[in-house]
Design a protein around this ligand. Structure first.
Ligand code: BES
Ligand code: ZN
Ligand code: ZN
Length: 518
C-alpha cells in the first residue's frame, strides 16, 4: 500500500473512498449517542447530515456507515467511522479507527482511498482534549498500515484485493502544525511497516521458517536497512559455551540460529562516543516450532506453536524501524532460534546443563525451553556490552491464564527502567501489565542438585517462575521482560484487524529504545 500525505480541502479530493472519523459526544451512560464528525469541512458535515440525523449510526469504535455519491463532495463514497465516546478518546482509538476504515474498504474492491486527518479542534474543549498532532498523524498511518494485510499468502484462491494507495488529507494550516503532521506521518510509515514485517515472519509455518530461514530473513532485512548482521549456528554456540541454548536445539534435525544485529548511531564529526553511553540489548525467543520436546504438548492447538518465535520476530521488526528512525543510541538485537523437538538426541527432564554464565540448570520440563535459550541470549548481550536489556517471548501459558488476551505481561528488576517502558506504552497504545519478580519468589526455582531449575516445581505463579529464571541471567543489568504469549496471535477478528499474527511489542520496544537516545 502506497501512502501519501496532502494538505488540501477534503471536499475537493477526487477519490473512490473518503473516510472521516466520528465520535459520540453524548455525556452520561444512558444518553442517546450524539455524533460529531472530526472535521471542520462544512461540505462533509452537510453530506453526512441525513444519515447522522437518522440515528442509525451510533459512533461505536470501529462501527461504520457508507454513503455513495455524497452531495457536494468530489469523493465517490463517504465512509464514516466511529471512534467511540469523545470523553475517552486517545490516539489508540484513532489508530483503530483508521484500521477499521481500511478493513471496511478492502472487501469492496476499492483500490484507492483517503482518510481525513481527525481535526479534534472541530469539537469544543468540553468534549475533547486536544491530542498531539504528531502522535495523531502517526497513529493514523500505523493503524491503516497494520489493518491492510490479510495473511492469505498461502491461499491459492487469494483475492489479492490490496489497497494500492492511501492518502491522508490534512487541512491547510500553520506551517508548524503541517510539519508536526508530516513528522508523525513519516514515523508512522516506518513503524507500521516494521510491525507488518514482524507479523509476516510470525505468520510463516514452521516447515518454511526454520531457525536457518529466520536467520536468513533477518540478514536480508539488515542488508536492506544497512545494519550489521551475523548469523551463527551450532559451532558458535559451542564456542561460546551456550549450554542452555544448545540443549534445546539438540532434539531437532534443524540447526539453531544465533542472530546478532547491530545498529550504531552516526557520530557527529570529530566526536567520540561518550564512555557511559547506554547500549541497548534486545533479546528475542525464536522457537520456530515448540512441540514441548520430550515433555510433549498435547495435540490440541499444537499447530499454533509456530508462533513461538514471535519475540524474536518483534526484535527483528524493531531493528528494522531503528535502522530507519536512527536514534542516537547503540542497539544490539539478538535472536536465539531453535526448534523444540522430541527425538533420540533431545534433552530430557532431569538433565543438567551449564549456561554461558556458568550457572547450572536442572531441566524439569523440556517444554520450558524459551527461558533456556533466552538465558544464554541475555548473558551474551551483556558480554557484547549491553547496559540495558529487554527480552520478548511467548514464554508461558500461565501469563495468559493470569492476564487473558488483553494485557501482555511485563516484569523488571529495576523501577526506573520499568518507568521508561511504561511511558513508551503511552505512545505505542499497547497494553502490558506489570507482574512481580522480587526475590521473595526466588525459592520457586531452587533446584535440589543444580543452581536453578527451569520450572517452578508447581503450577502456581508460572509466569513469575519464568521471569525469576531469566532474572538470574540479567543479574544486575537493568532489564525488562515481556511475556507476549497471550497477545502475539489474534484469535479474534476485530474491525481493525483480521485473525493472525499481531506484531505486538514492536511499537513499545521501539519507543523504549528511543527513550535512551542522547
Ligand atoms: N511456548 C510455550 C508458551 C505458551 C503456552 C504460549 C501456551 C502460548 C500458549 C512455552 O514454551 C511453554 O510451553 N511453557 C510452559 C512452561 C511450563 C512447562 C513450566 C507452559 O506455559 O505451559
Ligand atoms: Zn514450550
Ligand atoms: Zn515455547
Amino acid at each position: 500500500m502506497d501512502t501519501k500525505l496532502v494538505f488540501q480541502d477534503v471536499a475537493n479530493v477526487a477519490t473512490p473512498m473518503l473516510a472521516v472519523l466520528a465520535v459520540d459526544i453524548a455525556i452520561g451512560k444512558e444518553a442517546d449517542p450524539l455524533i460529531a464528525l472530526l472535521t471542520t469541512s462544512d461540505a462533509v458535515t452537510n453530506a453526512a447530515a441525513a444519515v447522522i440525523a437518522s440515528n442509525e449510526f451510533k459512533g461505536g469504535l470501529g462501527e461504520h456507515v457508507l454513503l455513495h455519491s455524497p452531495n457536494g463532495l468530489k469523493a465517490e463514497r463517504l465512509l464514516i467511522v466511529g471512534l467511540g465516546k469523545a470523553k475517552t478518546l486517545s490516539v489508540d482509538e484513532v489508530r483503530k479507527g483508521a484500521g477499521a476504515a481500511v478493513r471496511a474498504t478492502k472487501p469492496r474492491g476499492v483500490l484507492q482511498m483517503a482518510i481525513a486527518f481527525p481535526e479534534d479542534h472541530a469539537l469544543s474543549d468540553e468534549h475533547l482534549e486536544n491530542l498531539p498532532c504528531t502522535l495523531l498523524s502517526r497513529a493514523l498511518i500505523e493503524g491503516a498500515l497494520i489493518a491492510e494485510p490479510d495473511w492469505d499468502v498461502y491461499k491459492s484462491d487469494r483475492k489479492d484485493r490490496s489497497i494500492e494507495t492511501l492518502t491522508i488529507i490534512a487541512p491547510e494550516g500553520e506551517e508548524s502544525t503541517k510539519k508536526e503532521i508530516q513528522v508523525g506521518f513519516e514515523e508512522g510509515r516506518i513503524v507500521g511497516d516494521a510491525q507488518n514485517f514482524t507479523r509476516s515472519l510470525v505468520n510463516e509455518p514452521g516447515n518454511v521458517l526454520t531457525p536457518t530461514e529466520l536467520g536468513r530473513r533477518a540478514a536480508a532485512m539488515c542488508e536492506e536497512m544497512g545494519l550489521n548482521c551475523e548469523v551463527h549456528s551450532t559451532a558458535k554456540l559451542e564456542e561460546l559455551k551456550m549450554g542452555a541454548f544448545a540443549a534445546v536445539a539438540k532434539g531437532s534435525a534443524q540447526p539453531p540460529a544465533l542472530v546478532v544485529m547491530t545498529y550504531e548511531p552516526k557520530l557527529e564529526k570529530g566526536k567520540t562516543p561518550a564512555k557511559d553511553a547506554p547500549v541497548i540489548g534486545l533479546v528475542g525467543k525464536g522457537i520456530t516450532f515448540d512441540t514441548g520436546g520430550i515433555s510433549l504438548k498435547s495435540a490440541d492447538g499444537m499447530d499454533k506453536m509456530k508462533y513461538d518465535m514471535a519475540g524474536a520476530a518483534a526484535m527483528i521488526g524493531t531493528m528494522r524501524a531503528v535502522a530507519q528512525l536512527k536514534p542516537n543510541v547503540k542497539v544490539i538485537g539478538i535472536v536465539c532460534s531453535a526448534e523444540n523437538m522430541p527425538s533420540g538426541s533431545a534433552y530430557k527432564p532431569g538433565d543438567v546443563f551449564t549456561a554461558m554464565s556458568g550457572k547450572t540448570i536442572e531441566v524439569m520440563n523440556t517444554d520450558a525451553e524459551g527461558r533456556m535459550v533466552l538465558a544464554d541470549g541475555l548473558h551474551y548481550a551483556k558480554t557484547l556490552g549491553c547496559t540495558h536489556l529487554i527480552n520478548a517471548a511467548t514464554l508461558t501459558g500461565a501469563c495468559v491464564v493470569a492476564l487473558g488476551m488483553i494485557n501482555a505481561g511485563v516484569f523488571s528488576n529495576d523501577d526506573k527502567t520499568y518507568e521508561k517502558f511504561s511511558r513508551a506504552l503511552r505512545i505505542s497504545g499497547e497494553k502490558f501489565w506489570r507482574l512481580p519478580c522480587t526475590d521473595d519468589y526466588k525459592d520457586q526455582i531452587k533446584s535440589q542438585i543444580a543452581d536453578i531449575m527451569n520450572t517452578g516445581g508447581t503450577r502456581w505463579g508460572g509466569a513469575i517462575s519464568a521471569a525469576m529464571f531469566l532474572k538470574e541471567f540479567a543479574e544486575d543489568t537493568p532489564w525488562v521482560h515481556l511475556d507476549i504469549a497471550g497477545l502475539a496471535w489474534n484469535d479474534e477478528v476485530k474491525p481493525w484487524h483480521p485473525k493472525g499474527p499481531s506484531g505486538v511489542a514492536v511499537r513499545s520496544i521501539l519507543e523504549w529504545v528511543r527513550s535512551y537516545s542522547a
